[in-house]
Design a protein around this ligand. Structure first.
Ligand code: HEM
Length: 389
């Protein structure tokens, strides 16, 4: 660009500054972003922004897929096959979108675990946690609704099983199931509704919650590894003395981890693209099971007796599940001790450890159930409860 072009740009910037005051705003934003983070903040604190980066990638690949996808039972499966086989790099975009869901759920679980371990959910960041928990639920709902869109056998039966579980919820279950499915079974109306949820309603809700979540993170700063009482007494800024400035130090760490995660995602997508499978409606494939993040719940629902105190066991189980999910979202109001240092929160960590153990065990049993495995020279077959036959 010549001198003339540069001076024209300068004049334009001056004119906009006189009208919008953007130079002062920029200086204030840079000063704010250069404030130090607490001294203990390191690599584990990059998971939230990495999730954000992958979310942006999900939106980009999702838009690219939507350009070719057709949301009707007659055309959906063929349009996905067309994306895979005929659209240039379509197979990679589809694979990256599918893998992105796994990466995002895993990252959010790891981010929530980091926050819990370092007491980041405690006062005054309770609302940040509640919004984050809602973002996790929306991400799971996005994964669930997205799975139906290819209209393959697996995606169809996944929706049937998922909606059955919604329907057994006491009181609101049947109405919620009908509202989601657009009728008693999974049909054309279900595909339309899941599509609207997947590309419009859930992303819009997620965007609003995310904006509030990130605004709170900026406003309150990252939690120091001190008790809430110490933070109250000394103030957040005093507890950040000696920490790295957010810009450029911590943000570079965030960028590095986000780039590695994106590279891992593209590598997985290129090496192991998901199969499309047969179109829905012909047969019921054997041994269908949900994705890994729903396996624990799927398996947990199997172990209940048919009735408990005259109430169907499944309903009892679903109520307990809703209570546990609500407790997770409301954690800051249950885990109220002022301590943040893990070594002084033995009870909270022990309870969380028990939950983690149960979740992992149920996930393993879920992956073994009605499956076969060759191990140490033996061939094992497992029943629906995950027991060797
Ligand atoms: C799309 C989803 C999410 C995004 C993009 C996101 C992003 C972020 C970012 C960038 C931070 C700054 C620190 C860090 O990265 O560790 C943060 C902090 C925080 N996040 Fe999230 N988050 C999400 C979901 C969640 C979830 C699922 C939870 C918990 C259930 C949660 C709870 C929190 C809390 C309480 C903080 C403040 C922690 C502290 O100050 O130590 N977030 N989030």
């Amino acid at each position: 660009m010549g001198d003339h072009g540069l001076s024209l740009l300068g004049a334009l910037a001056d004119a906009l500054d006189r009208r919008l005051g953007w130079r002062e705003r920029r200086a204030r934003a840079i000063a704010d972003l250069s404030r130090p983070v607490p001294p203990h903040v390191g690599w584990a604190y990059t998971l939230g922004s990495t999730a954000l980066a992958l979310l942006v990638l999900q939106i980009a690949t999702g838009i690219a897929l939507a350009l070719h996808y057709q949301p009707t039972p007659e055309a959906a499966h063929a349009s996905v096959a067309h994306i895979q086989d005929r659209v240039r790099l379509g197979w990679l975009v589809r694979s990256a979108h599918a893998w992105g869901a796994h990466f995002l759920v895993a990252l959010l679980l790891a981010h929530a675990a980091r926050v819990f371990l370092t007491g980041g959910h405690k006062k005054p960041r309770e609302l940040t946690w509640v919004l984050g928990a809602k973002l996790l639920f929306i991400t799971l709902a996005l994964a669930f609704t997205g799975q139906l869109l290819p209209w393959s056998e697996l995606s169809y039966w996944g929706a049937v099983v998922g909606l059955e579980q919604v329907r057994i919820t006491p009181a609101v279950g049947p109405a919620a199931g009908d509202l989601l499915a657009g009728g008693p079974g999974v049909g054309p109306a279900t595909l339309t509704r899941f599509y609207v949820l997947h590309i419009l309603l859930l992303p819009a809700l997620a965007a609003a919650l995310l904006a509030a979540h990130l605004a709170l993170v900026r406003r309150l700063g990252i939690a120091p590894l001190a008790s809430t009482a110490e933070e109250d007494a000394q103030g957040h800024d005093a507890l950040c003395a000696g920490g790295d400035p957010y810009v450029p130090h911590h943000i570079l760490k965030e960028a590095a981890v986000a780039i590695v995660a994106a590279a891992a995602l593209v590598t997985a997508a290129a090496l192991w693209p998901p199969e499309l499978g047969a179109r829905a409606g012909r047969t019921t494939p054997p041994g269908i099971r949900p994705e890994w993040y729903f396996l624990a719940v799927y398996q947990y629902l199997k172990y209940w007796p048919s009735t408990i105190f005259g109430v169907p066991g499944e309903k009892f189980a679903v109520c307990l599940l809703i209570a546990a999910t609500t407790a997770f979202a409301a954690l800051p109001f249950l885990d109220r001790s002022p301590e943040r240092r893990p070594a002084r929160r033995k009870l909270a960590l022990a309870v969380a450890g028990c939950f983690l153990f149960a979740w992992t065990a149920l996930t393993l049993l879920g992956s073994l159930s009605e499956n076969e495995l060759s191990l140490f020279g033996h061939h094992w077959r497992f029943d629906t409860y995950g027991r060797p036959k």
